[in-house]
Design a protein around this ligand. Structure first.
Ligand SMILES: [Zn+2]
Length: 231
């Protein structure tokens, strides 16, 4: 997802779908006149709102955010998304492993579709990230107490002093090596509750290329497909 549209010559609002990142699903590219504040476009792209004037534009933009495919590189799964409108008031969702997700019911409402997809991905993440975390704990010999999957806005994971690890379900949309790094990063916090030299030395034992991965992940949150940030 890109949103770098403040070209001085832009006179109209423009949107089109983009899938320029190999690891992201097709998503919205918005362009706006230079007079529009940065918050407007950020919100169109599904990022936290900072511009109250952009409300009318949000809803229009969100109508275009629905994906027709979702790639989950974290677990090597690609899903086609099929929307079938019916008279039902709710959205029902059925999943075929590594094939498709079918949404039926009130799918004319894009916001509800996005929320249904988010809810499904959270559950899917709970199952898969748990397995990956367990594997990482075994590989590193760093045990944790419990883990939870959440929908944090600005962090991929966290670790408490009690060794409880919170993971962001949006990790499912990232490359497997980035997810592995994140899990190991949090597991290393069970030993070092800081980002000291000792901490990074511990991370480097398991992810020697951690600096490169860390740098690559810097803008990953802002480049997620818009539907995961619709609220
Ligand atoms: Zn950390």
């Amino acid at each position: 997802m890109l949103h770098d549209p403040f070209l001085p010559r832009a006179r109209y609002l423009r949107m089109h779908l983009s899938a320029e990142k190999a690891w992201s699903s097709p998503s919205l590219l918005a362009s706006a006149p230079a007079s529009c504040s940065n918050g407007c476009t950020a919100r169109w792209a599904g990022l936290p709102p900072t511009c109250p004037k952009s409300k009318r534009w949000h809803s229009r933009a969100q109508a275009l955010v629905l994906p027709d495919a979702i790639a989950l590189p974290a677990i090597g799964e690609n899903l086609r998304i099929v929307y079938t409108p019916t008279a039902h008031d709710r959205i029902a969702l059925s999943y075929r492993e590594n094939a498709s997700l079918h949404l039926s019911g009130a799918v004319a409402d894009p916001q509800r579709c996005c929320l249904a997809l988010q809810g499904w991905l959270k559950g899917h993440a709970r199952q898969h990230l748990g397995v990956l975390l367990q594997q990482a704990a075994q590989e590193t010999g760093l045990p944790y107490s419990h883990y939870r999957v959440k929908g944090q806005q600005s962090r991929w994971g966290s670790c408490s002093t009690l060794g409880n690890i919170n993971l962001n379900y949006k990790l499912m949309l990232l490359p497997a090596e980035w997810v592995r790094y994140t899990l190991i990063h949090e597991l290393c916090h069970t030993v070092e509750m800081n980002h000291s030299r000792r901490f990074w030395a511990l991370v480097a034992q398991f992810v020697p290329e951690y600096k490169a991965v860390h740098a690559q992940m810097k803008n990953a949150m802002a480049q997620l497909p818009g539907w995961v940030n619709v609220s």
